[in-house]
Design a protein. Structure first.
Length: 319
C-alpha cells in the first residue's frame, strides 16, 4: 500500500518515532545538566518559579535547535539514499554504530561541560574552541588534573546502558516513501536555514539579569559552534574590570605627574599634546585602541605606546 504523505502529515511527522525518542534522550540529558548547574550555583541565584520556567523554556528551544542542526546531515542521507539500501541489513548495522557514537558524543559533551563549568562557571565559549585547537597543552593539563580512566569508563558504561535499553525502539527498521522523506528534509532544512540567519545567541542575556541563569539556559553544543562561527569572546565576563571613567581618571593623573606640561584635548580619554624640549610631539590615544601622530618629524611619545592599547586603558593596569 502506497504511503500517504500530505504536507500536513509530513509536518506532523517531521521527526518520526525514532527521532522523537532521540530528542527525548537529548533533551533529558540537557535538562539534567541544567538542574546540576542550578544546584551548583544556588548561592548566586534567586531561584523561583519564574526564573526556572524561563531558563528551562529558553533552554528547551535551544535544545530543539541544536538537535535540528545535528539531524540535518543524517536526514539528508536518509532522504536521498534509495529505499532498498535504507532497508538493508548493512544499513541497520550502520544505524546502530551511528546511534552509539551519537550517545557517546552527547554524554562526553555533558561531562566536558561540567569540567568547563567548574573552571569558568560558563557554557562552552571561544576558550573551548581554543582548547580544541591547542590539544597538546589542554590534554596534558586534563590528564594531570582529572582521573581520566574512571571518567571515560563511566562515559562508556553509561552509553552502553542507554544504548542497550533504547536501540530497538530508536533504530529505523523500515524507511518511508522517497517523497515523504524529501518533504521532511526540506522542512527541516528550511527551519535550520531561517534559524541560522535569525537566531542571535548573544541576545539571550537580555532575558536575564543574572549571568549564571543566562549561561544555564544555553545549550553547550550550540554554544561551541556559535563561538567558532562568531570567533569572539566577551572579555568583560571573564576578567575583573574597573569603571572606564575611573581608569581614565587614574591614567590622566599619572600622566600629569610624569609630564607636568601635558595638555589634554578633551575630558573623555587621554588624547593629549606633549612637549619634548623644542620639538612638539603630538600623541592621540583613546579607548578605541588606536594612536595617531602628527607630522613625520614629530617624536613619538613613548607614553602613547604604553597607554594607547585598549586593554591597558580599560583594565586599569596603570592606577
Amino acid at each position: 500500500m502506497k504511503e500517504k504523505c500530505s504536507p500536513k502529515s509530513c509536518l506532523k511527522r517531521l521527526f518520526d518515532s525514532a527521532w522523537t525518542r532521540i530528542f527525548i534522550i537529548f533533551a533529558s540529558l540537557a535538562f539534567l545538566l541544567r538542574v546540576v548547574f542550578f544546584v551548583w550555583q544556588r548561592a548566586d541565584i534567586e531561584i523561583n518559579f519564574f526564573t526556572l520556567s524561563k531558563a528551562f523554556g529558553i533552554g528547551f528551544f535551544y535544545d530543539i535547535l541544536t538537535l535540528a542542526y545535528i539531524a540535518l546531515i543524517p536526514l539528508a542521507y536518509y532522504a536521498f539514499v534509495p529505499t532498498r539500501i535504507l532497508n538493508s541489513t548493512k544499513q541497520q548495522k550502520a544505524n546502530k554504530v551511528f546511534y552509539f557514537l551519537f550517545l557517546v558524543v552527547i554524554i562526553f559533551s555533558a561531562v566536558s561541560e561540567i569540567v568547563f563549568w567548574d573552571e569558568f562557571q560558563m557554557r562552552f565559549n571561544f576558550i573551548a574552541v581554543d582548547y580544541l585547537i591547542y590539544t597538546t597543552e589542554v590534554v596534558g593539563n586534563i590528564v594531570e588534573s582529572y582521573p581520566i580512566i574512571p571518567i571515560f569508563g563511566g562515559i562508556f558504561a553509561f552509553t552502553l546502558v542507554i544504548f542497550h535499553f533504547t536501540k530497538n525502539k530508536i533504530l529505523i527498521t523500515k524507511a518511508g516513501s522517497f517523497k515523504c522523506r524529501i518533504k521532511k528534509f526540506l522542512v527541516l532544512a528550511s527551519f535550520c536555514l531561517i534559524a541560522f540567519w535569525t537566531v542571535d545567541n548573544g541576545k539571550i542575556t537580555h532575558f536575564f539579569s543574572n549571568k549564571y541563569v543566562s549561561e544555564i539556559s544555553r545549550n553547550g553544543i550550540y554554544q561551541l559552534f556559535s563561538a567558532y562561527r562568531n570567533n569572539e569572546i566577551d572579555y568583560d565576563s571573564l576578567y575583573i574590570t574597573r569603571d572606564e571613567k575611573e581608569v581614565i581618571g587614574n591614567l590622566r593623573a599619572s600622566l600629569q605627574k610624569q609630564e607636568p606640561s601635558v595638555k589634554f584635548l578633551n575630558e573623555d580619554d587621554i588624547a593629549r599634546i606633549t612637549f619634548n624640549g623644542s620639538i612638539q610631539s603630538t600623541c592621540v590615544a583613546n579607548t578605541k585602541n588606536r594612536c595617531s601622530y602628527g607630522d613625520a618629524q614629530f617624536v613619538i611619545n613613548l607614553v602613547c605606546s604604553s597607554f594607547c592599547d585598549d586593554t591597558h586603558v580599560r583594565r586599569g593596569i596603570v592606577v
